[in-house]
Write a protein that binds this ligand. Structure first.
Ligand code: PEP
Length: 253
C-alpha cells in the first residue's frame, strides 16, 4: 500500500517574511491532518529552508530542497551539498526538475549523480521526469520518460531505489494552466511502474511512489488522485496559497 505524498515546490518565490507566513499557515492548517497516512513536504528556496523548517517544526510537513549538488564539499561556488541539507533538517530534494533540465541545462548524467549522492547522504530524492509538448505531439512521451528514468537511476541498487520517489511532470503542463487528463497521467504512471518492474522487480516497483505534477489545482486534484498509479502530487503555483495547498492535501486523505 503506497502512502500518498503531496509536495509543494515554491520555486524562486516568497521572501523571508512570506515564506514563514506561508509555513505558519500550513502548520496551523495541518493540525486537522494529524493521524492521516499522508507524506507532506514543501520545497522553499534554499535561503528560507531553515526558517521554514522552524515554522513547520512539530507539524507533519517536512522540508526539502529544490536541488542539490553531488560533490560532498569543496570549491563549487554557489552550490549546496547533501550534508548541508541534512545539517538544517531537510529530508528531501528534487532532482531534475524540468526547469533545471530545460532552463539551466542539466543533463541526465548530472541528475543521476545528484540522485545517487542524495541517497548516500540520507536525503530522499524526488526524480522529476517528463516530456516537452513537441515530444508528446511526436508520440515520444514513453521514449523520453524511459530515458529520464533509466539514466536518472543508473547504477542504483534495488535497496537504494526504495529511497526514490518519481514525479511525472509533463513539461507542457508545468505553470501553463494545462493539465494532463487523469487518463493521460495514469497511462504514463502505469508505463513508469512497468518500466521499474523490468529494471528491478515487480514487488519493488509496486512500492515506489509516482507523483503527478503540472498545473495541479484544488479543482483537478481529486480526479488525478483517483487514478490507480497516481500516488501523490507535486504542486507548484497552487502550493504558494496555503488554503489551496491544504485543499489539495485533503484530496489525498
Ligand atoms: C512544479 O513546479 O513542479 C509544477 C508542477 O508547477 P505548477 O504546479 O505551477 O505547474
Amino acid at each position: 500500500m503506497r502512502k500518498p505524498f503531496i509536495a509543494g515546490n515554491w520555486k524562486m518565490n516568497t521572501n523571508s517574511l512570506t515564506s514563514v507566513g506561508l509555513a505558519d499557515h500550513l502548520a496551523s492548517g495541518s493540525i486537522e491532518l494529524e493521524g492521516h497516512a499522508v507524506t507532506l513536504a514543501v520545497f522553499p528556496p534554499f535561503v528560507y529552508l531553515r526558517a521554514v523548517g522552524k515554522a513547520l517544526n512539530g507539524s507533519n510537513i517536512a522540508i526539502g530542497a529544490q536541488d542539490v549538488y553531488f560533490e560532498p564539499d569543496g570549491a563549487f561556488t554557489g552550490e549546496i551539498g547533501v550534508s548541508m541539507l541534512k545539517d538544517i533538517g531537510c529530508n528531501y530534494c528534487l532532482c531534475g526538475h524540468s526547469e533545471r533540465r530545460h532552463v539551466i541545462g542539466e543533463t541526465d548524467e548530472l541528475i543521476n549523480k545528484k540522485v545517487a549522492a542524495a541517497i548516500s547522504g540520507g536525503i530522499l530524492p524526488i526524480l522529476c521526469v517528463g516530456e516537452l509538448l513537441k515530444e508528446r505531439e511526436a508520440s515520444q512521451t514513453n521514449e523520453v520518460v524511459t530515458r529520464h528514468v533509466k539514466e536518472g537511476l543508473a547504477g542504483l541498487s534495488a535497496e537504494k531505489l526504495a529511497a526514490v520517489t518519481i514525479a511525472y511532470e509533463p513539461v507542457w503542463a508545468i505553470g501553463t494552466g494545462l493539465t494532463a487528463t487523469p487518463q493521460q497521467a495514469q497511462e504514463v504512471h502505469d508505463f513508469i511502474r512497468n518500466l521499474l518492474a523490468r529494471m528491478y522487480d515487480k514487488n519493488l516497483a509496486d512500492e515506489i511512489r509516482i507523483l503527478y505534477g503540472g498545473s495541479v489545482k484544488p479543482a483537478n486534484a481529486a480526479d488525478l488522485m483517483s487514478q490507480r498509479d497516481v500516488d501523490g502530487l507535486l504542486v507548484g503555483g497552487a502550493s504558494l496559497k496555503a488554503d489551496d495547498f491544504l485543499a489539495i492535501i485533503r484530496t489525498a486523505l
